[in-house]
Design a protein. Structure first.
Length: 639
């Protein structure tokens, strides 16, 4: 807003006034209007794009897996790209073209990465030049960059010749060296300037006549002092005599105790030391004044000249920004090509359809943590007719990984990267929303279920038919019937609205929606039971997502794997069997210890038994009404 912009300018004006003139007004455009996919903080966190959800446990983010950049420029750009995937197929294709060029030329790709290691952070130097705080060595690094640019352009040209395609023309155009700036730096800046102006020697000799004259005086003064030291050694016979300097006493003659008897009477004692004395002479003080006067004037002139040099560099802001951006993109393309080459990524196909067709897709972070040949890839096919997938199946069978990997593949594709799959056709996604995992905000008085419902509300209200929604276990934070009802209604709403949706759930009843609502279909995570060595059945998770609903949950098997006591597991199986057979009676105790007390979910009542035994077909309407009145009174019980 205008108020925010004004506040920022006011702050910078007080603290960094030199930067204000170079600022441009911020553009208040929605991300999608600017050509970027919208990712909110919930999606960024759930998908672990730039930070693991729990860094304390040594988790890994997507960024850490794909970041093989060489420069700070490239690292910053990659971080930005992963949070701002493009929604413009033409832009994405240009990025993929450049990446593919590096992918197909591994020798040249490595050559580019070697050259890039010599480049400084031009963007940072440019910003510091705008603020007037650039150091002599930073400007020297900028000048050295201009010397290395031709080598980089030569390698890029070699890549284009190798693949017979001009992929880097616009980048090479932005890498054009501003010759006038190169001349300015060559003429004014010394070959090896110090890190601080106060150290001297920043401005090249021959650039400024008054400065050269003062430097001559300083040089002759130092020569005079060196000659005086040699002359006094010879005249006095004090072989250990030396001329020194410090900020308090200036120049002095230092004599050790063993030679104090040889000190001439006209020398003036200035300081007593443990091992000797320090003296001055009128001639030495006179030369000191000349020398220090020259030093002060030299520093003053060099400071002024360097400040002017920084201002001249600042005038090339646009050219330096383009050069920095080009270097960053080249670094990112090389990095992503390296990642694709090492991990078997392929080039995706982007279009403006509603298609999302991924063949043998993989989760790049998970497969990076295990051997690639151990990761089980899976397919996904969403489109205009079938765009909501209800995914059922047991815990630990790979549903959450499947949800995340498909969202990550879309993000990688639209940021301009190759993707971990055998084939990927991506109808451009404008927004990705996620509802994964359980969390609360106790400090704000918000329960886990409240946070879940807020996230669901956000995604169903802000999604469009071009969006991708990832929902995992919606409704589990409340009672079974409430949760199932909410999940059911959410799917119905999304079916009418039309966003591509992956909906993982343990509510098997939701699979009925595929029969009644257009666009909805079922898939399931697979598992198999195998006889173990102890004779008990063992569950093997296959980590495959196949069409159709799951046949069962295997939740008790997972509980057993987690280490629940055997008695608890066996009792769970007994209760599950009773529920599946419809007995609805559950003993307080199992087996031979079961007593007469019963916990009846749907308690037995004489009225219920009489209702079951009624022969409705043989009753007249009047008899039925009278019988109903009697049963009603019985149900009420004694007054």
């Amino acid at each position: 807003s205008a108020q925010v912009s004004q506040a920022i300018r006011l702050f910078l004006g007080r603290n960094h006034s030199a930067v204000v003139p170079s600022l441009t007004e911020p553009e208040a455009l929605p991300l999608e209007s600017a050509g970027y996919m919208f990712l909110d903080q919930t999606a960024i966190r759930h998908l672990e794009l730039v930070e693991p959800s729990d860094s304390s446990s040594g988790g890994t983010s997507l960024l850490s897996v794909i970041d093989k950049t060489i420069t700070h420029l490239g690292a910053r750009l990659l971080h930005w790209l992963i949070l701002h995937p493009s929604t413009v197929p033409e832009i994405i294709e240009k990025r993929l073209d450049c990446l593919e060029a590096f992918y197909e030329t591994p020798v040249q790709r490595e050559a580019v990465r070697v050259v890039l290691r010599e480049f400084p952070d031009i963007e940072r130097i440019n910003v510091r030049a705008q603020a007037g705080t650039a150091s002599p060595r930073e400007l020297a690094a900028l000048r050295n960059t201009f010397k290395r640019i031709p080598d980089l352009v030569h390698v890029l040209t070699g890549v284009e010749k190798e693949i017979l395609s001009p992929r880097f023309e616009s980048l090479k155009e932005d890498l054009k060296i501003p010759r006038s700036l190169e001349d300015i730096l060559d003429k004014q800046l010394s070959d090896e300037p110090p890190s601080k102006i106060a150290d001297g020697g920043v401005i090249r000799e021959g650039f400024n006549a008054p400065l050269d004259e003062l430097r001559g005086l300083r040089k002759s003064g130092r020569q005079w002092i060196a000659a005086m030291e040699a002359e006094e050694k010879e005249k006095t016979g004090i072989t250990t005599l030396r001329v020194g300097y410090n900020d308090i006493y200036g120049y002095f003659l230092e004599v050790s105790k063993s030679h104090l008897g040889k000190v001439p009477a006209e020398w003036i004692r200035k300081q007593t030391l443990t091992n000797g004395e320090r003296y001055i002479t009128p001639a030495l003080k006179e030369q000191e004044e000349k020398l220090l006067g020259a030093e002060g004037k030299i520093l003053q002139i060099e400071t002024q000249l360097f400040a002017n040099l920084v201002k001249q560099v600042a005038q090339f802001r646009t050219a330096l920004s383009k050069m920095a951006d080009a270097l960053a993109h080249i670094d990112v393309y090389g990095s992503l090509a390296e990642v694709a080459f090492q991990n078997g990524f392929i080039r995706p196909v982007l279009n403006k359809s509603k298609e999302l067709d991924i063949k043998l897709g993989r989760h790049p972070v998970v497969e990076n943590q295990i051997r690639r040949d151990r990761f089980i890839p899976n397919d996904l096919k969403l489109g205009k007719d079938k765009f909501i997938s209800i995914i059922t199946g047991p815990n630990m069978a790979g549903k959450s990984t499947y949800l995340r990997q498909n969202a990550i593949i879309v993000i990688l594709a639209q940021m301009g990267s190759f993707v971990p799959a055998e084939k990927a056709v991506i109808g451009v996604v404008d927004r990705i929303f996620t509802r994964i995992g359980a969390s609360d905000r106790l400090s704000q008085g918000q329960s886990t279920f409240m946070v879940e419902m807020q996230e669901v509300s956000t995604l169903i209200l802000n999604s469009t038919p071009k969006s991708l929604l990832i929902l995992d276990e919606v409704g589990r934070g409340t009672s079974t019937y409430d949760g199932m009802s909410i999940a059911w209604a959410v799917i119905e709403y999304l079916s009418a609205k039309g966003p591509r949706t992956l909906f993982a759930t343990h509510y098997f009843e939701l699979t009925q929606l595929a029969d009644d609502w257009p666009g909805v279909f079922n898939a399931h995570a697979t598992a198999k039971e195998w006889p173990g060595l102890d004779g008990k059945k063992q569950v093997v998770f296959l980590y495959q997502i196949l069409p159709g609903p799951a046949d069962r949950s295997y939740g008790i098997h997972v509980a057993e794997m987690a280490g629940l006591p055997e008695k608890v597991v066996e009792r769970s199986r007994e209760i599950l069997h009773q529920m599946e057979t419809g007995s609805h009676k559950f003993s307080k105790r199992s087996g031979s210890d079961a007593g007469g007390a019963q916990l009846n979910f749907f308690g037995n009542h004489p009225v219920v038994d009489e209702l079951k035994n009624l022969d409705v077909d043989s009753m007249t309407p009047r008899d039925a009404l009278n019988r109903l009145a009697e049963l009603k009174e019985k149900a009420r019980g004694p007054a």
